[in-house]
Design a protein around this ligand. Structure first.
Ligand code: ATP
Ligand code: MG
Length: 355
C-alpha cells in the first residue's frame, strides 16, 4: 500500500458567489520514499488537497490515509508522521528564526537541549546563520519561506507536504532547496509537493499528477507527460507582426501539430521532433525570406503546453482571454491574482521562454 492514498476526495467551499468545487473526486497514490508533484494552475485544488491530507480541512466525501491511518478518523496519529510547509509561511513574527524552530521542537515535546540542537542544525542547512538571531518580522519573503520549510523538518517527518515550496525563492535558494529535498528522500522520506512549474516537477518528482478543477487529469513521470505533450518547441518572436503568416508556413514545414500564435501575432511556436536541426532550418528559411526576428530559440514544454494539450485550454483562464488563445510567448501564470508574482517567478519564466 502506498504511504499516501487518497480516493474520491471532494470538497466544496461555500462562498458569497456560490459553491466552489475545490476538489471533485481526486485520487492520489504516493509510494513510500518517492516524490510526487501536484502540478496545476491557480485554483486547481493543490492547496485544498494538501490541507485535506494534513488534517487541516475535512473533505465532504472520499477517503485519505497516511501510512494506513485515516486522516479524518485519526487526525492526531496522522499529525505524528507528517511535516507540512503551507503556501504562506506560518511563523511567529516576534521570535527570531532560531526561536521559531526551537519553539516548534518544544511544541512537539522535544527536550530543551534537543530542540535547540535541532534548530541550530536547520539554521545551518537552510543557510540562515546571519538571520537566525533576528526577529522574523525583519526577514525578507525568501527568508521567511526558508524558516517555514525548516520548521516542517524539525521532527524529521516520514511524510512531508510542501505547498509551492520554491515560490518566492531566488534561484540560488531554489537550487539549495531542491538539494535538501533530494537529500531527505534519499534518507527515506516521502514528499508530496505542489508546484506550477513543470521544470521543477521534472527535476524533483518521480511522479507528477497534473490537476485541474479538483481532479487529476494526467499522471506519470515527467518523461511520460512530455511524451504526451511533445518535446522541444521552436519559438520565434517577430519585429513586425505582419510577417506572422509567413512564419506560420515555415514553422508548419518543420514542426508537428499546430502552430501556436500569441494574441499580438508577434510570437509563434510549434513542437518539433528534431530540436536543434529544426531550429536551424526554421532560421535559414526565415533568413532567406528576409524576415526580421526579435528573438528565436528552443524551449522545453511548460505547464501551459501540458494544459493546452490535455485540456484544450490554457493553464489560467484570464490569460487565455487576454491573449485570445494560448500563445507560447505568454509569461505570467498567476492569472487569478490571489498572490503577486515575485521576482523569482519572473526570472524563472523568462529563462523558460528563452530556453
Ligand atoms: N476557504 C475558501 N473559501 C472559499 N473558496 C475557497 C477556499 N479555499 C479555496 N477556495 C477555492 O477553491 C479552489 C481551489 O483552491 P486551492 O487553494 O486548493 O487552489 P490551488 O491549486 O492551491 O491554487 P494556487 O495555485 O492559487 O495556490 C479555488 O477556486 C479557490 O478559490
Ligand atoms: Mg495553493
Amino acid at each position: 500500500m502506498a504511504i499516501i492514498e487518497a480516493s474520491g476526495l471532494t470538497k466544496t467551499y461555500r462562498s458569497k458567489s456560490g459553491p466552489v468545487h475545490a476538489l471533485a473526486g481526486l485520487d492520489l497514490s504516493v509510494p513510500e520514499g518517492t516524490v510526487t508533484a501536484l502540478l496545476g494552475p491557480n485554483g486547481a485544488g493543490k492547496t485544498t488537497t494538501v490541507k485535506v491530507l494534513t488534517t487541516l480541512v475535512t473533505p465532504d466525501s472520499g477517503t485519505a490515509t497516511i501510512d494506513g491511518v485515516d486522516v479524518v478518523a485519526d487526525p492526531q496519529a496522522t499529525r505524528r508522521s507528517i511535516g507540512v510547509s503551507g503556501q504562506y509561511a506560518a511563523v511567529d513574527e516576534n521570535l527570531t528564526g532560531f526561536e521559531n524552530l526551537e519553539m516548534i521542537g518544544r511544541l512537539y515535546h522535544l527536550g530543551r537541549r534537543t530542540a535547540r540542537q535541532r534548530a541550530r542544525e536547520l539554521i545551518e542547512v537552510f543557510d540562515l546563520a546571519e538571520a537566525g538571531d533576528r526577529p522574523v518580522k525583519g526577514f525578507s519573503g525568501g527568508m521567511r519561506r526558508r524558516i517555514d520549510l525548516a520548521g516542517a523538518l524539525v521532527m524529521n517527518p516520514r511524510v512531508l507536504f510542501l505547498d509551492e515550496p520554491t515560490t518566492g525563492l531566488d534561484p540560488r535558494s531554489r537550487l539549495a532547496l531542491w538539494g535538501i529535498i533530494e537529500g531527505l528522500v534519499s534518507d527515506g522520506a516521502t514528499v508530496l509537493l505542489t508546484t506550477q512549474y513543470l521544470e521543477e516537477a521534472d527535476q524533483l518528482a518521480d511522479d507528477i499528477a497534473v490537476i485541474d478543477d479538483g481532479t487529476v487529469i494526467a499522471e506519470g513521470t515527467a518523461d511520460e507527460l512530455k511524451a504526451q505533450v511533445g518535446g522541444h518547441r521552436v519559438v520565434v518572436t517577430l519585429v513586425d507582426p505582419a510577417d506572422a503568416d509567413a512564419v506560420h508556413t515555415v514553422l508548419q514545414r518543420y514542426g508537428v501539430g499546430a502552430v501556436e500564435t500569441s494574441g499580438d501575432r508577434r510570437t509563434s511556436g510549434i513542437a518539433v521532433e528534431a530540436g536543434p536541426a529544426a531550429l536551424q532550418r526554421v532560421l535559414a528559411d526565415l533568413g532567406a525570406a528576409g524576415i526580421e526576428l526579435h528573438d528565436a530559440g528552443m524551449r522545453r514544454p511548460t505547464l501551459d503546453d501540458v494544459f493546452l494539450r490535455l485540456t484544450g485550454h490554457a493553464a489560467t483562464a484570464d490569460e487565455a482571454a487576454a491573449t485570445g488563445g494560448a500563445g507560447p510567448g505568454r509569461s505570467s501564470r498567476r492569472g487569478r491574482g490571489d498572490h503577486g508574482a515575485t521576482s523569482a517567478d519572473t526570472a524563472d519564466q523568462a529563462s523558460e521562454r528563452v530556453r
